[in-house]
Ligand binder design. Structure first.
Ligand SMILES: C[S@@+](CC[C@H](N)C(=O)[O-])C[C@H]1O[C@@H](n2cnc3c(N)ncnc32)[C@H](O)[C@@H]1O
Length: 229
């Protein structure tokens, strides 16, 4: 279980990265990102929250977008830069009296190391056109969800989009992360401020911990959300 106090949340993920428990990492662009890529406006400003070391960052940058990732585990950011052969200029950024971020900037791609729940549009030069959330909302303690969605709404320009990839399963059997986020939860969290279009749904095998708890299958869902105003 992920504790909800900020330091403990960080410790939990730090430990997972240290132990190499990163079964979520794909090493190739997510197929649903590839399928939906033509929906992104050309040369969009794209934000990837809770990015880990996903290669989606580089894939999006190579399509001509200006990409911003956010990840709070320093080792994950280091691995990302090393594995992608990127040399970054690093600076400390802070908006107002907000939390500090270490910003690692290369051409067309910046990774901000810090707590995504604290990210302010002022730290990335203004609002973005698209948020790509794969395994980000589901990684957050349910108590943080409303704050996270408020933050995404603030970071997006009106009419901007979220490409959301989430998992749902029987939450009574086992605790997250990933936490179960089903269609009803997506509607409850986003429905009043976003139009919701479901692009794809499929069954996935649960990870070994989930299978041991009797969760044989998870439902993976891809939605295209559009900010209403
Ligand atoms: C399930 S992984 C998903 C990573 C990535 N989206 C992917 O598809 O490979 C969640 C990541 O979010 C990071 N994380 C969790 N809470 C965070 C927070 N509040 N701010 C920034 N990063 C966070 C974790 O360290 C982890 O790397």
């Amino acid at each position: 279980m992920v504790p909800s106090a900020p330091d403990m949340r960080h410790e939990f993920w730090d430990e997972r990265w240290r132990q190499g428990q990163i079964g979520f990492h794909l090493g190739r662009p997510h197929d649903w990102l590839v399928d939906a890529a033509d929906r992104f406006p050309p040369q969009a400003r794209v934000y990837v929250p809770l990015c880990g070391k996903t290669v989606d960052l580089v894939w999006l940058r190579d399509r001509g977008h200006e990409v911003f990732g956010c990840e709070f585990v320093a080792g994950a950011v280091r691995d990302f830069l090393r594995e992608q052969g990127l040399t970054a200029a690093t600076e400390r950024r802070q908006a107002g009296g907000g939390a500090p971020f270490e910003c690692h900037r290369t051409r067309g791609l910046s990774v901000l190391q810090g707590d995504a729940l604290e990210l302010d549009p002022g730290l990335i030069g203004g609002p973005v056109d698209v948020v790509f959330d794969r395994a980000a909302l589901v990684a957050l303690d349910p108590a943080c969800r409303n704050r996270y969605v408020d933050g995404l709404h603030r970071l997006l320009r009106p009419g901007g989009h979220v490409l959301l990839i989430a998992f749902a399963y029987d939450q009574t059997r086992v605790e997250g992360p990933p936490w179960s986020v089903d269609a009803t939860t997506i509607e409850r969290l986003f429905g009043d401020r976003f139009f919701i279009e479901t692009l794809a749904v499929r069954a996935e095998e649960g990870n070994p911990r989930f299978q041991a708890a009797g969760v044989a299958e998870m439902e993976e869902r891809c939605c295209w959300l559009t900010r209403r105003d």
